[in-house]
Design a binder for this molecule. Structure first.
Ligand SMILES: [Zn+2]
Ligand SMILES: [Zn+2]
Length: 153
């Protein structure tokens, strides 16, 4: 039974992170955190973006949860940390690899779900300033973007 609870904690932490990421994107990155996020909306030709720091920042709660969880004999915090880690991997894979094509593999991806996520995220990228943003989420986006006729790209 414990294993089912642990798996449920991982899944809950994973999807809670979609909310945390949406919230941080809307209320941190597009407000006082804009200095680190701006070069993601207005790219330079550098291989790395200041925005990439957020991946390291979000690794901290994952690491701390796992660290304290292990020290307590693998209590629930360990599984929260694992859920955050898995979300981070999913976010980087979807955002950097699938959507922004940073390693040149995007055109191999035809899956309807990923195409919908990409349409929604490109709607986000239409805005070059911190104000008037839309679609701050990553894995959960408004239903209209899954229709083939949705704008963008
Ligand atoms: Zn943004
Ligand atoms: Zn982006």
């Amino acid at each position: 039974m414990q294993i089912a609870i642990n798996i449920a904690i991982v899944i809950a932490a994973f999807w809670a992170m979609e909310f945390v990421a949406w919230f941080a994107h809307k209320y941190v990155m597009h407000t006082f955190g804009w200095a680190l996020h701006e070069d993601h909306h207005n790219p330079t030709d550098s291989a790395f973006q200041k925005n990439d720091w957020f991946a390291l920042i979000f690794a901290i709660p994952s690491w701390l949860n796992m660290q304290f969880g292990v020290m307590a004999g693998f209590d629930f915090r360990f599984y929260i940390g694992v859920g955050i880690l898995l979300y981070g991997i999913a976010y980087v894979t979807v955002h950097e690899v699938v959507i922004h094509n940073r390693w040149g593999t995007r055109n191999k991806i035809t899956n309807w779900y990923f195409r919908g996520l990409a349409r929604a995220h490109f709607a986000h990228h239409k805005h070059k300033t911190k104000e008037d943003g839309e679609c701050f989420g990553m894995l959960i986006v408004p239903f209209k973007f899954f229709k083939r006729t949705a704008t963008s790209e």
